[in-house]
Design a binder for this molecule. Structure first.
Ligand SMILES: C[S@@+](CC[C@H](N)C(=O)[O-])C[C@H]1O[C@@H](n2cnc3c(N)ncnc32)[C@H](O)[C@@H]1O
Length: 258
């Protein structure tokens, strides 16, 4: 999937939401970067994580953000301008612009689910890490959604449309074996849920539910009325203070053997 201007601005907006800010903190708490570390942010998107990492590694460290989307790179470059330790470059997960065994850490949050040649991309991440270096990955499986509904069948039909958005909608469950095949040792696996009891403006749900309904309405074999009825049901829950939504982000930390 290509992230054009509209999609890039949308990600930039959603990823500043407190739920995603907390997810970035959860990831960084587990990755444990140090001052002076050299790190690559694979699929850096709008550069929010690159900024957080630059603060941790300090002026003696280095953060390289790469992304194949021109629009994402433009947003990231603008956000990171003036921070001398960050470089934003056009690039792809399959060909990282780094020397072999040169980096202390690599990170890919919500990226590998969009990368078709996932085995090659993980092998490439392993190549650029120093022995003992760590790769942190966050990915989602939409089957982890728990949501209030009185019509489970309709909800599942709508959410199935969300899975079309990804090349690998089931990546979290496959990552431990894929990482091992790519030469990594798995150091940590866990999850962090996003839980919303409201879909009011400013919540993660506000954006994601309306875009899921829009996506589902365009899906072959699903009438727009089904998506609309699902949205109406959720708006009803919201009005009565009965709304509930949860999705799990899965985090894996993998280590290149020393
Ligand atoms: C949902 S955004 C996540 C952005 C960022 N990692 C974050 O967490 O804020 C997904 C990003 O993956 C990038 N992407 C898609 N395919 C890629 C590939 N083959 N190599 C590297 N990045 C890719 C997209 O351009 C987009 O910026």
């Amino acid at each position: 999937m290509t992230f054009g201007a509209e999609a890039s601005q949308r990600v930039d907006r959603i990823y500043q939401n407190p739920d995603i800010v907390a997810q970035r903190q959860f990831t960084l708490d587990h990755l444990k970067l140090k001052k002076g570390d050299h790190v690559i942010d694979i699929g850096c998107g709008p550069g929010l994580l690159a900024m957080d990492m630059a603060e941790i590694v300090g002026p003696t460290g280095r953060v390289i953000g790469i992304d194949p989307s021109e629009d994402m790179c433009a947003i990231a470059a603008d956000r990171c301008k003036g921070v001398g330790s960050i470089t934003i470059k056009d690039g792809d997960a399959n060909t990282l612009p780094c020397e072999t065994s040169s980096l202390d850490a690599a990170i890919a949050t919500q990226v590998y689910e969009f990368v078709p040649e996932i085995d090659a991309a993980l092998t490439e991440a392993c190549r650029v890490l120093k022995p003992g270096g760590q790769l942190a990955i966050i990915d989602t499986d939409w089957d982890s959604v728990v949501m209030r509904t009185d019509d489970r069948d309709r909800m599942h039909k709508v959410l199935e449309g969300r899975r079309d958005h990804f090349v690998h909608p089931d990546l979290p469950g496959r990552l431990p074996s894929l990482l091992s095949k790519a030469g990594f040792d798995l150091a940590y696996s866990g999850g962090t849920p996003i839980v919303n009891t409201s879909m009011a403006q400013g919540t993660y749900s506000a954006e994601i539910i309306r875009s899921s309904a829009k996506q589902a309405a365009k899906r072959e074999g699903l009438s727009p009325e089904i998506a609309e009825a699902w949205l109406k049901e959720l708006e009803g829950f919201e009005a009565r203070g009965e709304f509930f939504f949860s999705i799990t982000r899965f985090l894996f930390i993998a280590q290149k053997p020393s």
